[in-house]
Design a protein around this ligand. Structure first.
Ligand code: HEM
Length: 302
């Protein structure tokens, strides 16, 4: 795998490739209002933070959907091994997940198994990760990541996560196990197919590429004005025939100054959330080294 960040400002060009000339005029869409992070309580805590969503609005289209699908198409053609994952036995959950997406999009699929999931992944801008229930030796059931098409990973590598359970997948996430580890597993048992839920997360990064499986080895930019804010809208749905779970991930990026200029409230929320992040979580969110400079600079937006 190639592996060096090429510094650029085009979310739809992979992190290690050079954008085409037209990309220089790219203007990011504002991240959808509904998924912006809110300040909750007095202290930092990872939360489930799930909300119900109507099936009709499960995977909405927007001004960046087509660009995201084009990026996915290119990655599937040229770097398939990096964006598609399948564990032995994962074909059935892959196919059921693919059918759920294709029925929702109103399109017939031609392939089966993982090929169907690849086909379905091009009908929507969202990434598709499928969990499969598997019995462990002591008879307990675990949900394992056994099929996936992930073209917009935020600094994690799909092949390293395949076949793992939720705790192992989230091992690099500081405070995940103590704040939400157990709650996620119990929550999964209550999921149904007709009541999808969504949640969102945020992170500040020094590179905007949506396809960005690697963590850069050092700081990529010098000033907070060059940073980006990245958010994901994620959804969860039960797959009734296989009892698997389809987890979808849609990535958004906006230059940090443009995001903070949207309103004083938005800027104040980010300031409060940044101040509250424990150092280990700030390190995980790749913002620890930038934080003092951001906090000195952010007041002009508040
Ligand atoms: C309600 C369910 C879930 C919760 C509460 C949750 C929570 C989190 C949190 C807090 C993070 C750190 C990023 C952030 O600050 O938000 C994270 C990262 C991540 N999550 Fe989840 N997650 C959930 C479901 C899933 C599922 C189903 C997958 C399946 C693929 C998944 C895969 C990941 C991965 C790959 C990362 C990045 C890990 C890394 O940096 O290596 N999550 N998740």
């Amino acid at each position: 795998m190639a592996g060096i960040h090429v510094l650029h400002r085009h979310p739809f060009t992979p992190f290690d490739e050079t954008p085409v000339t037209e990309a220089a005029s790219f203007l990011a869409m504002p991240i959808p209002e509904q998924i912006l992070p809110q300040v909750i309580g007095e202290n930092f805590r990872h939360r489930l933070g799930t909300f119900p969503v109507d099936v009709a609005n499960w995977l909405p289209r927007d001004a960046e959907s087509e660009l995201t699908i084009q990026l996915k198409r290119k990655l599937l053609e040229s770097r398939r091994a990096e964006v598609v994952g399948l564990q032995p036995g994962g074909d059935d959950v892959a196919q059921e997940a693919a059918q759920l997406v294709s029925q929702w999009a109103g399109v017939e699929l031609s392939g089966a198994g993982i090929d169907a999931l690849v086909e379905a992944s091009l009908l929507v801008a969202d990434d598709l990760a499928v969990l499969q229930p598997v019995k462990s030796q002591d008879g307990a059931e675990q949900m394992l990541l056994n099929a996936a098409v992930v073209c917009c990973p935020s600094r994690w590598t799909l092949s390293e996560k395949m076949g793992q359970d939720m705790l192992a997948i989230h091992a690099p996430v500081a405070k995940y196990a103590e704040h939400v580890g157990g709650a996620v597993d119990t929550y999964f048992q209550r999921l149904t197919v007709d009541k999808p839920v969504w949640r969102s997360n945020w992170i500040i990064q020094d590179h905007p590429a949506l396809f960005q499986p690697q963590i850069p080895s050092g700081q990529l930019v010098k000033t907070p004005a060059e940073l980006w804010i990245r958010m994901e809208r994620q959804t969860l749905r039960r797959l009734p025939a296989t009892n698997g779970i389809l987890f979808t991930i849609r990535g958004y990026q906006q230059p940090l100054p443009e995001y903070l200029s949207r309103s004083k409230q938005i800027a104040q929320n980010i300031r409060t959330m940044l101040e509250r992040l424990p150092d280990d979580v700030a390190q995980y969110k790749s913002v620890l080294k930038y934080r003092p400079d951001i906090l000195n600079w952010i007041n002009q937006f508040c």
